[in-house]
Design a protein around this ligand. Sequence first.
Ligand code: ZN
Length: 107
Amino acid sequence: MSRVDGTVLFAWDDGALVKAKVTQCALSRVCGACGGSLARPVAFVGTAEEVGRNAFHAPPLHEACAADVRRLLDPSWETVLTGGFEFVRPAKHDEDKRPTFEPNSLL
Ligand SMILES: [Zn+2]
């Protein structure tokens, strides 16, 4: 956990994603900001490029928590809402070794 501007973000440490926490969010379906259980809809935040690819590096969030994350980390990020998502681990040959989240039923 880390504090950004006095707010604890479960999956970030000093504004950088913590891989183990991201994986925990994916497998346990908990929010990357508050660590609480997720319900529908699930929110993802990311750059316009991530939105365009429908592949996000940041873990799933509650809709309200997504607003907090953007406010604290990068207000230029966009939010998408989805009913579900796939957790995609990088393949051996992938240059980007980070897992991604792919929303599969955008709302
Ligand atoms: Zn939350």
